[in-house]
Design a protein around this ligand. Structure first.
Ligand SMILES: [Zn+2]
Length: 311
């Protein structure tokens, strides 16, 4: 059993969930890539055959918060464009099979018209990166826009769904429902009231039951903590995920910072937000390499931490 060589920052949230952080290490080369902030560090060297072979690569970005407006606090909305450009160059070199945007693609505009313009702008850049790409709904995506408007803007039909690539099953979840079951949209929600709807939980249970491959889940708000950043009914969602016995890992955004927890044998990783900080060096994005045996190498660029997650 491996132990972390550097524990993740303790944010003080929900210590009850910080159970056994087994099975993750930062490999020397990956750590170096993170330390020297080299965006063009090579992807992890994996065997070309055998159980450790790299069978699928996935690009991950989150919390772009694009808006054509001046910075606020640590969030530099316009600078997201340059950061995404760099990620695009990295992905062009590494050739992931698909790219997942983990939510908050846009920030918050004062009108539907302006928000749609900003969405078009950033989605134009994102679309050029990968023909096979996936959008996880973040609270900001559906702050001003309704879900129909956001999904229409990025030419998608469903806010939660599953798909398969390279022998793995992937699930995109939508936690943008209020506690009373109403979907977010048109400034009708508070960011701390994130829920996966009962209908969606039912769908998830059925989908995971039918799945016959290892599963990776993508969601914006966190399933691994309670408190403001957590999905309110996360324990219920986790139970479904755990009961399936097939989920390897959950990748999340929302907190804007690197974080990791292991709960009952499932890895929950939070990825660094692209919007944070004024320079490209403050960015974060990553390449997930999935091995045939289910080992996950997350190669982090810029301020994104790298991990090896064992099945
Ligand atoms: Zn965000």
């Amino acid at each position: 059993m491996s132990r972390p060589d550097t524990p993740p920052e303790d944010d003080g949230r929900d210590p009850s969930l910080k159970v056994g952080r087994r099975a993750w290490i930062r490999s020397g080369s990956l750590m170096l890539a993170a330390t020297v902030l080299d965006p063009f560090a090579p992807a992890p060297l994996l065997g070309t055959d055998g159980p450790g072979a790299d069978v699928l690569r996935v690009g991950l970005i989150t919390d772009l918060h694009y808006a054509d407006k001046p910075p606020a606090g640590t969030r530099y909305y316009r600078e997201t464009l340059g950061k995404l450009e760099e990620a695009a160059r990295q992905f062009a070199a590494d050739k992931p099979a698909f790219v997942v945007e983990l939510g908050d693609l846009i920030d918050a505009a004062d009108s539907v018209e302006i928000e749609q313009r900003w969405l078009n702008r950033i989605d134009g850049e994102f679309s050029a990166i990968a023909p096979d790409r996936h959008y996880v709904l973040g609270n900001h995506c559906v702050d001003m826009l309704t879900k129909e408007e956001f999904l229409g803007g990025v030419e998608r039909e469903q806010s939660y769904y599953a798909f398969e690539r390279g022998g793995f099953h992937f699930v995109v979840l939508d936690a943008c429902f209020r506690g009373d079951g109403q979907p977010y949209g048109r400034r009708n929600s508070h960011w701390t009231d994130a829920n996966v709807s009962p209908v969606e939980i039912e769908w998830l249970a059925a989908d995971l039951k039918a799945a016959d491959k290892p599963v990776i889940v993508f969601v914006h708000q966190r399933l691994d903590v309670s408190g403001d950043y957590g999905v309110k009914n996360a324990p219920e969602v986790r139970r479904v995920i755990e009961d399936s016995g097939r989920v390897l890992a959950v990748f999340q955004g929302h907190s804007h910072e690197n974080d990791y927890r292991e709960i009952n044998g499932i890895h929950y990783t939070v990825l660094r937000a692209m919007v944070e900080g004024p320079t490209v060096g403050d960015s974060g994005y990553s390449l997930l390499s999935i091995a045939r045996d289910g080992t996950l190498h997350l190669t982090g660029f810029r301020r994104q931490q790298s991990y090896r997650l064992n099945p």
